[in-house]
Design a protein around this ligand. Structure first.
Ligand code: NAD
Length: 252
């Protein structure tokens, strides 16, 4: 399929597990994918991978919390490739299962800066180009824990919940411009951050809590992003796709 041919996609934190999976799928549909990350080597490795698979990609390296750096990067991307049509605000860090007494104020601020302000700043920088080009698709990556709660840290859960509000407000604001804004809320998926947070044993234990007895693959989470990018999903906006699986305790 090449239904995204000629489009430009920007995925933040695409040097990581879920973002790189989304990048491969979007590139396979023909878009040029800008692989953003704060770690240059991680972005370069994913660019190489996408190109090896026959896709088109280029790296973009900056901290999503640095307004000036985000602006310079987006300006450079737009000058070289044209307006961004697809934005996935995916960059994130783990809350490390911290209890509220153990979360210091600086880490709380950093959590909100990366997840909430980062999504805000990148969206702010790309949206004028999207409007001028006649439309676009924004998909924010939140987490199932924003709905269900989890001891993955009130700072992490709170930041992901804040992005739900951002998603809904921007969906209303951008509808007149042909831009949809939605969010995916993955459940625990083996990735860079969850391997740090839970370890292989912790991930296996999580799988055992699910009716399916297995965690999703990154590619299965990518399906959620691709749903919002479908041409037929043009009227779907302001929605959160909860991709958490049923837990055994929930089955009556
Ligand atoms: N894996 C899961 O179980 C899961 C579940 C729910 C939500 N999520 C969310 O999915 C997204 C992707 O996470 P992942 O699981 O692929 O983890 P990951 O650690 O593999 O990827 C996260 C990427 O974000 C980048 N990043 C971190 N801080 C950044 C910054 N300030 N600026 C730019 N890039 C930065 C990292 O370098 C990394 O490459 C995150 O927003 C995460 O919160 C993951």
């Amino acid at each position: 399929m090449s239904d995204l041919k000629g489009q430009v996609a920007l995925i933040t934190g695409a040097g990581g597990t879920l973002g790189s999976s989304h990048a491969r799928a979007i590139a396979a549909r023909g878009a040029h994918v800008v692989i953003h990350d704060i770690i240059a080597d991680a972005a370069d490795a994913v660019v190489d991978d996408v190109v090896r698979l026959g896709g088109s990609a280029s790296p973009m390296v900056c901290d999503v919390t640095d307004r000036q750096a985000v602006k310079s990067c987006v300006d450079a991307v737009t000058a070289e490739h044209g307006a961004v049509f697809i934005l996935n605000n995916n960059a994130g860090i783990t809350g490390n299962n911290a209890l509220i007494k153990d979360i210091d104020e600086d880490f709380f601020d950093r959590m909100f800066d990366i997840h909430v302000k980062g999504a805000f700043l990148v969206t702010q920088e790309i949206v004028d180009g999207m409007k001028a080009a006649g439309g676009g698709r924004i998909v924010n990556t939140i987490s199932g824990c924003a709905h269900s709660g989890a001891v993955s840290g009130s700072h992490y859960n709170g930041a992901k919940g804040a992005i739900v509000g951002l998603t809904r407000a921007l969906a209303s604001e951008f509808t007149p411009f042909g831009i949809t804004v939605n969010a995916i809320a993955p459940g625990v998926t083996p990735s860079g951050m969850t391997r740090v947070r839970l370890g292989e044993e912790g991930l296996a234990a999580r799988a055992k809590q699910l009716v399916s007895d297995r965690l999703p693959t990154p590619e299965e989470i990518t399906t959620g992003v691709m749903f919002f990018l479908a041409e037929e999903a043009a009227i779907v906006t302001g929605r959160v796709l909860n991709m958490q699986q049923p837990r055994k305790a929930e089955v009556i």
